[in-house]
Ligand binder design. Structure first.
Ligand code: UD1
Length: 372
């Protein structure tokens, strides 16, 4: 039997939890031969290796080792390195996930070689074309053959952009497949819980961290919040570089804020599931907090994931420090958050359709139909 060869592309931290459930599901079916391609867009141990371990993924079959560079150079390097891989491996399908530079670079390389492309997490739109991720989403969707979506809004966005209905498959959210698995593991480890309420923060969007005024404003909001409730802040390398470049390292010594290096998937998810509140500018965390029932304030003016607001625990608060502090205090139901049980500040979100841990199964069922 000739196996259907699928190159599963991952490059940056938020990709690993999306490819993991698809890889594990494909491996259950003998007709598929999935190979993992790691572009090396993220290369630090804390941003990459630890995720392979936590998600029980094998070492990548192919490592492109492109590293960091400007957008054009990074995208071009990925394409240059991926083309010979496609020529050698002759895959039946290239699967890309999310919206990072590796996503568009590998999709574009494959499609020009006549290889079919599947995009997982298609159709999300922030309608903000100043975001590099929005450009990556728009372009990847235009050239993909299979568009797997997480919600009905995404289907509508794609159809509005003229994409044929036949190519769109509403399958749910693979990121939640990974979350469900890890939550089961966390629940078994009762010692992991911190007994005191805390706020968990992540920050890495260029619009927030590359601009000194915005970064300083957010940091001052965090300091004010940390006077009431401790703040845990695992710092993304991009954010650390900016803090250092702007001479802001002294902020890192703030007593109310616990800074750390980027954390692995297991420990981060564990912290997130027990947090009183999450402040973030990440896309995936808006989805994960929705499922965990943890209040989330998103430090952005828009989101490509509106379902996390309409059905989840997410609220957009922008980057004005006064607004961030006000909303955080509201969410923590001050004046006495320390006296409250953390589970009392939980909200009960609705679970969006198909965010049920079975999205990868749906994807693989569709691939079986398409390729047999
Ligand atoms: C990228 C994605 C973003 C995603 C984010 C998650 C794009 C356009 N952006 O943004 O969508 O939400 O990853 O983390 O693809 N760096 C390290 N070590 C690493 C990786 C990066 O030090 O392992 C440094 C690099 O020197 C670089 C900076 O962090 O200057 C940013 O990395 P990059 O991959 O360009 O973009 P992110 O901001 O991480």
């Amino acid at each position: 039997m000739k196996q259907i060869k699928i190159l599963l592309v991952a490059g940056a931290r938020p990709n690993f939890m999306k490819i993991a459930p698809i890889y594990h599901e494909l491996k259950k079916h003998k007709q598929f031969l999935p190979l993992i391609v790691h572009t090396g867009q993220h290369y630090d141990k804390d941003m990459s290796d630890i995720f392979f371990r936590d998600l029980k993924l094998p070492k990548p079959d192919i490592y492109l080792g492109v590293g960091s560079a400007s957008h054009a150079v990074q995208t071009a390097r990925i394409m240059e390195a991926f083309e010979p891989v496609c020529l050698k491996e002759k895959p039946d399908l290239v699967m890309v996930v999310g919206d990072v530079n590796s996503t568009i670079a590998c999709a574009m390389t494959a499609v020009k070689l006549g290889i079919k492309v599947a995009h997982v997490e298609a159709g999300l739109r922030s309608f903000d074309r100043t975001m590099p991720e929005e450009i990556n989403r728009l372009l990847t969707d235009q050239i993909s053959d299979y568009l797997f979506t997480t919600c009905k809004d995404a289907d509508k966005n794609l159809m509005r952009e003229g994409i044929s209905k036949q190519k769109i498959f509403f399958v749910g959210n693979v990121m939640i497949d990974s979350l469900e698995k890890v939550i089961a593991r966390i629940k078994r480890n009762k010692n992991a819980k911190i007994k005191q309420p805390y706020v968990l923060v992540t920050l890495h969007r260029p619009s927030n961290v590359d601009d000194k005024k915005t970064l300083l404003g957010i940091m001052s909001a965090l300091r004010q919040i940390s006077k009431i409730v401790p703040v845990i802040f695992p710092v993304h390398p991009r954010t650390l570089k900016m803090l250092q470049a702007e001479g802001l390292e002294k902020i890192i010594n703030d007593p109310g804020i616990l800074f750390s290096k980027p954390l692995g998937y297991l420990i981060f998810t564990s912290l997130m599931s027990n947090a009183a509140l999450v402040l973030t500018d990440s896309g995936g965390i808006q989805e994960e907090t929705t499922i965990l029932g943890v209040p989330c304030l998103t430090l952005r003016h828009n989101t490509e994931r509106p379902i996390t607001i309409t059905q989840g625990t997410n609220k957009l608060v922008g980057t004005d420090p006064k607004k961030i502090v006000k909303e955080a205090m509201k969410s923590l139901t001050l004046p006495s958050p320390l006296k409250r049980e953390r589970n009392k500040v939980r909200v009960n979100p609705k679970r969006p359709q198909y965010w049920d841990g079975k999205a990868a199964q749906r994807i693989v069922r569709i691939l079986i139909n398409e390729f047999s």
